[in-house]
Write a protein that binds this ligand. Sequence first.
Ligand code: UDP
Ligand code: MG
Length: 209
Amino acid sequence: MEQKPDVVFVLGGPGSGKGTQCRRIANDYNFVHLSAGDLLREERNTPNSQYGELIENHIRNGTIVPVAITCSLLENAMNKNVAKRAAEGDTNFGSGRFLIDGFPRNMDNYEGWQKQMADKANVRFVLYLECPQEVCMERCLKRGQAGSGRSDDNEESMRKRLVTYFTQTLPIIELCDKSNLVKKVPAACCEEEVYNAIKTIFEEYYPKV
Ligand code: UDP
Ligand code: MG
């Protein structure tokens, strides 16, 4: 039987550092980093996408796009990357190692993943970047001022994103915690310090040879 790819979900509030830390993990532990938000933004920017407007409305309002769209983008990206690494002869990548950043964000996402992907991937754990909301807010506003170009890095969208996070995403993290899947890392300190804690976790599961 064909092996399934490994998946690590990376969750935490908007601005908790998911993207930043995922880029480092991907680099050190041979993972492919898939940001659900980036995949949605890419789909939104695709000319003639039938979902462009719907996605942009959700992003601005900090609400969650229906899972069928997000999960299919994730599955396609996983398949593409497995094929690409195989073509490159990257045997170390095996059947795949994926960091899925910013998903699942609500019950719809969680159930949609179970339905569409549970048989096709092994979720090894959930990396949870825990960060106070004031720090999240400050980081995203700074990122917006520095020209992130994101239509949701403004105070109004941020308030909505935080509400969605606390009411919909945190319960998913709690649900995963009941199955002992959650690895919590304090994420309010500097990038280096957060990454050191993350490395300890990854070394245990994916020791470098
Ligand atoms: N989003 C979504 N489903 C997902 C991931 C993202 O609907 O699985 C939307 C949602 O509106 C969210 C926005 O995309 O507020 C930005 O997500 P991203 O992960 O880029 O934000 P971050 O948490 O990294 O700040
Ligand atoms: Mg992000």
